[in-house]
Write a protein that binds this ligand. Structure first.
Ligand SMILES: C[S@@+](CC[C@H](N)C(=O)[O-])C[C@H]1O[C@@H](n2cnc3c(N)ncnc32)[C@H](O)[C@@H]1O
Length: 461
């Protein structure tokens, strides 16, 4: 897609003359957030309903949010972003798809604060906090609080320490050198990397060949426009999670727990001795910093409730977890019943795991439905092994099927060669959007077994 002409070079220090690649982030889907919330004994804000409101703050072009809107006709979606090129692109796509349950607003975070509250159940804020100025961080946190219902939940993704420590010098020099250059953001980034390489070759203690090898690996996987947004921002600064948690609390956003599945359960994420250290650490913020040090974490997604969240009973949690719907991500014959985490190898080759995958191969189902079939063991067995299947990325939480979704239209539109749409890593389904490599979407949608597993309409090719 063409980039609009005459973009401002930056928005308050944030790269403004390049459009961020369209992205879908599965960890921010309400169905995934609900699983994480229930593990923290918090009732998900939509309470199992299909109608909910979700706001995406710093939404980019909103294509990921559009995939949600196409999949979930009973929910309402609002995206906010300051870059006119992003919002124009997203609004054009919404108009082409004829969706009426999503709006994108071209506003800065501070401008959006003067609009009426959105009363959202979920706020997604991905890739913003550690890239913007302290003033904008403050406005962003105020806006999250302003946009949420009293029992709403925010999922905030940001670069964190200590994982970025070895890269900080590289980012600093590339960003500083790019400042004085001309050309498109990608050209400035490439030139700045070349200058950094020359400086490193002169003999630099903190930037060496390993940085350029690491960058080459990323460049093979990620779109060129991503790099300008990651490295050329004037305010790029990874955060310590404990400090982020403390700052959010001053905006009435209370840390509930991590939102990424790799932190679903401490017994899967950490070794026993590490868990003992964490348990002995009373302060939440300090505990999370220690956890990040155990894992050398470089990116976090955290869950925050607006106001202190009420814990629900074990019985309510168990019941809600049994009601959760899931799809299987690959044919069961290709599944490996083990996964590697920082704690070691987790093995789950048992009757319950096999029965769950076998049932889900016929289409999405709730754990309760699987339990009721009597083939997968007790409810406790099913709940326990579903956790392992989730962190092993063998199953994905989804919504119950929605009637009248625009999922088929979204997928057809995405694959229309005439429109030349920006590539995105998402497929819409009646059960919510799913993550899929952009290059594999056509093949997946054309695969009858995939369509059965994901509950796509038979005519959705
Ligand atoms: C790295 S991109 C992330 C986009 C999207 N959330 C994603 O993860 O795919 C950060 C976004 O924040 C937006 N942004 C930066 N500063 C902003 C501000 N002050 N007000 C509103 N949006 C801003 C940018 O335009 C950009 O789209």
């Amino acid at each position: 897609m063409q980039q609009p002409d005459s973009l401002p070079r930056n928005i308050d220090g944030y790269v403004g003359d390049s459009l961020y690649p369209s992205s879908f982030h599965a960890d921010f889907s309400p169905s995934s957030l609900d699983v994480m919330l229930l593990h923290a004994a918090i009732q998900p804000p939509r309470c199992g309903k299909q109608s909910f409101t979700m706001v995406d703050i710093g939404c980019g072009d909103g294509l990921g949010l559009i995939a949600h809107a196409a999949s979930c006709p009973d929910a309402h979606f609002v995206g906010i972003d300051a870059m006119p090129g992003h919002i124009e692109r997203g609004q054009r796509i919404i108009a082409e798809l004829g969706l009426d349950n999503i709006e994108l607003r071209c506003e800065t975070f501070s401008d959006a604060l003067s609009a009426a509250p959105i009363a959202a159940d979920y706020a997604a804020v991905q890739g913003v906090w550690s890239w913007i100025s302290p003033q904008n961080q403050d406005a962003m946190l105020k806006l999250i609080s302003h946009s949420l219902n009293p029992d709403g939940i925010a999922a905030i993704g940001y670069n964190c320490l200590p994982g970025w420590t070895p890269i900080a010098s590289f980012q600093k020099l590339v960003g500083a050198l790019a400042e004085g250059l001309t050309g498109s953001p990608t050209e400035r980034f490439d030139q700045a990397v070349a200058l950094t390489r020359a400086a490193s070759k002169a003999g630099m203690a903190v930037i060496g060949e390993e940085h350029f090898e690491w960058l080459a690996g990323l460049q093979a996987q990620l779109p060129a426009d991503y790099f300008a947004h990651e490295y050329l921002n004037g305010h790029w600064q990874p955060l310590w999670s404990g400090e982020a948690i403390a700052t959010a609390a001053t905006h009435d956003l209370h840390f509930v727990g991590p939102a990424r599945p790799d932190r679903l359960r401490d017994d899967f994420a950490f070794k026993k001795a590490q868990r003992e250290q964490l348990q002995a650490t009373i302060n939440w913020g300090t505990r999370e910093i220690m956890a990040d040090m155990f894992l050398n974490c470089w990116f976090r997604v955290d869950l925050y409730s607006r106001g202190p969240a009420e814990q629900c009973s074990e019985t309510a949690v168990k019941s809600a977890r049994l009601d959760s719907f899931w799809i299987v991500n690959k044919p069961p014959s290709e599944a490996e019943y083990r996964t590697q985490t920082a704690a070691g190898t987790i093995r789950f080759d048992n009757q319950s795991a096999q029965a769950i995958l076998k049932r889900l191969d016929n289409g999405p189902a709730s754990l309760r439905q699987i339990c009721d079939s009597g083939e997968a063991g007790t409810a406790a067995d099913i709940l326990n092994v579903a956790d392992a299947l989730f962190i092993a990325k063998l199953i994905t939480p989804v919504n119950p099927s929605a009637a009248n979704s625009s999922a088929t239209r979204f997928n057809q539109w995405l694959l229309d060669p005439v429109r030349k749409m920006p590539p995105i890593n998402a497929i819409a389904t009646q059960h919510g959007p799913l993550s899929a490599p952009a290059g594999e979407i056509a093949a997946r949608i054309g695969d009858i077994n995939f369509r059965t597993r994901c509950g796509l309409d038979p005519d959705s090719r």
